[in-house]
Design a protein around this ligand. Structure first.
Ligand code: COA
Length: 328
């Protein structure tokens, strides 16, 4: 029989260093006014030179484990969603396993950009439902500042660093009600970052252009995709679980741009009072954005027992993902 799955606890960690819009004014031709009006972002957190994605992930995970009062031996699965791993291998998840001494777990990373945390939740949920695992540590962690092109004003104002985590466990009541996941590889090159091994990536190209392995984005096209796909992904998942948008108590969208969030909320007829927004503090932290927001929403008392919470993300791939959670 399928096991029920719930969120046992959440956690987060963001680096101390704050980079404000005013700081960016000194780096590229931009202004606080432009960034605020076009994106809603006021500041973002940036790792120092010695902090890795793994460090961020470990701290967010530890925070979630402490809140749940769960022992390291009881975690049997670790999934890290990231596009900024410290190494190609070992996976960030294996590095987290080592740091936190999660010796009974199997661990791996997934790459689904800003949809990564919900993709990872879906994978963990299915392992738990099948009885293969009991307690999964799911983390979204990014040091995006390492792949940001700091001379491109159209992208460098958007991103930040951080990590969020959740522990998913089998439980008496069904907490995680359903998922909608999708991707569109055809349009993947609207938003990308090169790695090694592409046939056309030559040593000289990399050497001549220090920004070759940095984020590239066609902002307007990604914007059009985002405002369409967010309401679509939410409507689909609500339909699957037999609910409508008026049943949503708390809506936690990927924190990319306030205009995208407001447009999705409007189309879904969700009042902004039900929408959790923290992008003014952190910018877009990719896979970390949704779990950081979820943890802050819990901490601020925005989510109460019995509430229906919808998470939705979109991003590189292109990918999208949504889930409905009953807070039990
Ligand atoms: N400061 C000042 N001006 C800037 C700027 C900046 N940081 N970035 C771009 N501009 C300029 C452009 O050069 C352009 O100037 P022009 O009209 O003289 O050519 C003008 O502002 C308008 O640019 P445009 O790209 O049309 O702005 P926009 O309103 O579409 O906003 C984004 C740009 C990037 C904020 C918006 O497209 C967006 O949010 N896209 C989705 C991004 C996203 O969510 N990505 C992550 C996916 S997970």
């Amino acid at each position: 029989m399928a096991q029920n799955v719930k969120i046992l606890s959440t956690g987060r960690y963001v680096p101390d260093r704050v980079l404000t819009n005013y700081d960016l004014e000194k780096m590229v031709d931009t202004s606080d006014e432009w960034i605020t009006q076009r994106t809603g972002i006021k500041e973002r957190r940036i790792v120092d030179g010695t902090t890795s994605t793994t460090d961020l992930a470990v701290r967010a995970a530890k925070n979630a484990m402490d809140k749940a009062g769960i022992l390291p031996d009881d975690i049997d699965l670790v999934i890290v969603a990231t596009v900024t791993p410290e190494m190609f291998f070992p996976s960030t998840a294996c590095l987290v396993q080592k740091e936190l001494k999660l010796k009974n777990a199997f661990a791996f990373d997934i790459s689904a950009a800003c949809s990564g945390f919900i993709y990872a939740m879906a994978i963990a949920t299915h392992f738990i439902q099948n009885g293969f695992c009991k307690n999964a540590l799911v983390i979204g962690a990014e040091a995006l500042s390492r792949i940001t092109n700091w001379s491109d004003r159209s992208t460098c104002v958007l991103f930040g660093d951080g990590a969020g985590a959740a522990i998913l466990s089998s439980g008496d009541e069904q907490g995680i009600l359903g998922f909608e996941l999708g991707s569109d590889g055809e349009n993947g090159l609207l938003l990308y970052c090169h790695a090694f091994g592409l046939s056309d990536v030559t040593y000289s190209q990399v050497k001549e252009n220090p920004n070759f392995r940095k984020i590239y984005m066609e902002g307007n096209e990604v914007y059009k995709f985002a405002v369409k796909i967010m309401p679509y992904a939410v409507e689909k998942v609500l339909e699957k679980v037999g609910l409508s948008s008026s049943d949503i108590d708390v809506f936690i969208p990927h924190q990319a741009n306030i205009r995208i969030i407001e447009s999705a909320a409007k189309r879904l007829k969700i009042p902004m009072e039900k929408v959790f927004v923290n992008l003014h503090k952190y910018g877009n932290t990719s896979a970390a954005s949704i779990p950081i927001a979820l943890d802050e929403a819990v901490e601020e008392g925005r989510i109460k027992k019995g509430d229906k919470v919808v998470l939705v993300g979109f991003g590189g791939g292109l990918t999208w993902a949504s889930t409905v959670i009953k807070w039990v």
